[in-house]
Design a protein around this ligand. Structure first.
Ligand SMILES: [Fe+2]
Ligand SMILES: [Fe+2]
Length: 172
């Protein structure tokens, strides 16, 4: 394996945390795929399309972390993932977990940025900064859809409208 000069090699504790983030993005992707199946089998194909798009987004993020680790001289590794949940009470219940997942991802990025500052690793800091606008937008979008679902309050018409909106957001 290539040996990089110390000044541009990742700190091993930072590498461990980044590698853990690989699992978090992968786990989020599978949760979204599971939500897509839940929605698809309940007549909510717009929601399903949106969940699939999110799942693909999380895999793309995972891939960027893998590349960063490998490029900085640490071989990225993959851990076993817990099975994603597959049962939710309602589409609002699904979005309570979507919002929680996006908040968790946001907090993780924030603490990774803090760690890269503490380790004076500006390359990793700058790599992570690249995720900030998208992650903030993802979190805000999840919160907004959850708010709209709460307003609809389980009303079928309202949910169908949101389903149509999400279908067009997903470009499906
Ligand atoms: Fe992500
Ligand atoms: Fe996301």
């Amino acid at each position: 394996m290539k040996q990089l000069p110390k000044s541009i090699r990742l700190h091993s504790d930072l590498a461990t945390e980044l590698n853990e983030h690989v699992s978090l993005e992968a786990r989020s992707a599978f949760v979204y795929y599971s939500m897509a199946s839940w929605a698809e089998t309940r007549g909510l194909s717009g929601f399903a399309a949106w969940f699939v798009k999110e799942a693909e987004g999380e895999f793309a993020h995972m891939r960027q972390f893998v590349d960063h680790l490998n490029d900085r001289g640490f071989q990225a590794t993959f851990a076993a993932l817990p099975a994603p949940p597959s049962e939710w009470e309602s589409v609002q219940d699904v979005f309570e977990s979507v919002a929680a997942t996006e908040h968790e991802l946001c907090e993780r990025i924030e603490s990774l940025i803090q760690l890269s500052h503490d380790r004076k690793d500006h390359f990793t800091g700058s790599f992570l900064q690249g995720f900030v606008p998208q992650q903030i937008a993802d979190m805000a979008e999840a919160d907004e859809i959850l708010d709209r679902l709460r307003l609809a309050g389980g009303d079928g018409q309202g949910i169908i409208l949101i389903d149509q909106e999400l279908r067009s957001k997903a470009g499906a």
